[in-house]
Design a protein. Structure first.
Length: 102
């Protein structure tokens, strides 16, 4: 199972109901819904999730940022917090097939 399929499984998506945001509802029975200015945007988010569009492409980064080594310095804390998040079912840590074969 690849990563997108796994995420769909965790979200509870199925061929019958592929909405990524199950907790978001379209309040079509509410009287104000018809006149709500952004109801088409809301419907798109409920049906497809948030889709980002960037105004311009990101520039190429020639050198690492000044805080580049900070993750290495805080590695023990990062690992501890990731493990705690995994134990509490807040964090998913996935490896690609290439990483798994190393």
């Amino acid at each position: 199972m690849n990563l997108p399929e796994f995420v769909r499984l965790l979200r509870g998506e199925s061929p019958a109901d592929s909405r990524p945001n199950k907790n978001l509802e379209i309040p079509s029975n509410h009287p104000a819904w018809v006149s709500y200015e952004h109801n088409s945007h809301w419907r798109a988010i409920v049906d497809h999730g948030v889709i980002l569009y960037w105004k311009k492409a990101f520039g190429k980064q020639d050198k690492p940022p000044p805080n580049h080594g900070s993750a290495r310095r805080a590695l023990n804390t990062i690992v501890k917090n990731l493990r705690a998040g995994q134990d509490a079912d807040r964090t998913i840590i996935a490896r690609t097939a290439e990483e798994a074969n190393r």
